[in-house]
Design a binder for this molecule. Structure first.
Ligand SMILES: [Zn+2]
Length: 293
């Protein structure tokens, strides 16, 4: 596989790792938007699934290596692999292409605990046992997200977090529960947005006048830059709309780089306001090779 595309953000380098292409139901990804509209840019297969990426930015400076989210990983059952059209995950391969090892990751920021963001923090070994993928990392998780994922009795939330027990168990000694916005290293912050989940968080980098934000699941593809285009999974879609409008406006005026968790065509881009419509400016495209692997 080819090396992760990179950008420079002041003193930081950001490399865009991917855990590979997968598929998920288009209706779930676009909520109230009619299929007639979303399928123009996201053609559905015979199961109504669309192609999606699993983008995990790696923020680097000196020895600091801050990974944001981990993709799906290799823990899914055979049946689940078929449902989501995903294999073993390529996050570790991508890291090794950069000349790094899993033990080099110093910080891991999890936007939230859905399986397509936290599954890769553990690896299933041949014996079947799950072990931590990044044993040297401090793992930052919002306390509210952790508590809902562990304790909710609501049927929908229990289903959304049914994998969390087995994913957290091998990494619990690494977890640092945080409450609200936190600076991970000078210049890199975890920022709570809510919306998708109650305590969904994103990563924001400011350095030498330049900025980068990973929008995770509040803007999962560039199509979701439109106000009403939100995932059916969002627990508070109005909050998602308010938060993405706020940060996308900052991204336009500040010429920030932003990245999308699941866009099948671009890893990251600058955003331009073209007569009231948000469009992509400079961007890092996803290669056709990735889609063929
Ligand atoms: Zn997601």
């Amino acid at each position: 596989m080819e090396q992760a595309p990179k950008i420079q953000v002041g003193e930081f380098t950001v490399a865009f790792l991917t855990d590979g292409i997968w598929r998920n139901d288009g209706g779930c990804m676009f909520g109230v938007v009619p299929k007639e509209l979303w399928q123009r840019n996201h053609p559905a297969d015979e199961y109504n699934r669309i192609r999606l990426n699993l983008v995990c930015p790696l923020i680097l400076k000196g020895r600091e290596a801050i990974l944001v989210d981990t993709g799906i990983g290799n823990r899914l059952s055979e049946v689940e692999r078929k449902i989501f059209d995903h294999g073993d995950g390529w996050l570790i391969d991508g890291l090794q292409q950069l000349g790094m090892e899993p033990g080099d990751i110093t910080h891991l920021l999890l936007s939230h605990l859905h399986f397509d963001h936290c599954g890769g923090m553990v690896r299933r070994q041949k014996s079947g046992a799950l072990v931590s993928s990044f044993p040297g990392a401090r793992l930052f998780l919002q306390r509210g997200e952790y508590e809902v994922a562990q304790n909710s009795t609501n049927e929908r939330l229990r289903a959304a977090y049914r994998h969390v027990g087995e994913c957290l168990e091998p990494v619990m000694s690494l977890v640092e529960l945080i409450d609200g916005d936190v600076e991970l290293v000078p210049g890199v912050r975890a920022v709570v947005t809510g919306g998708h989940t109650d305590r969904h968080q994103v990563a924001l980098v400011h350095s030498l006048g330049e900025s980068f934000m990973h929008l995770a699941d509040i803007v999962p593809t560039s199509s979701h830059m439109r106000g009403p285009w939100n995932q059916a999974y969002d627990l508070d879609a109005l909050r998602t709309m308010e938060q993405k409008a706020h940060y996308l406006a900052d991204a336009v005026t500040g010429k920030w780089w932003v990245s999308f968790a699941h866009d099948p065509s671009v890893y990251a881009a600058r955003i331009v306001n073209d007569q009231g419509k948000l469009i992509l400016g400079d961007s890092l495209p996803v290669s056709e090779t990735l889609h063929r692997q």
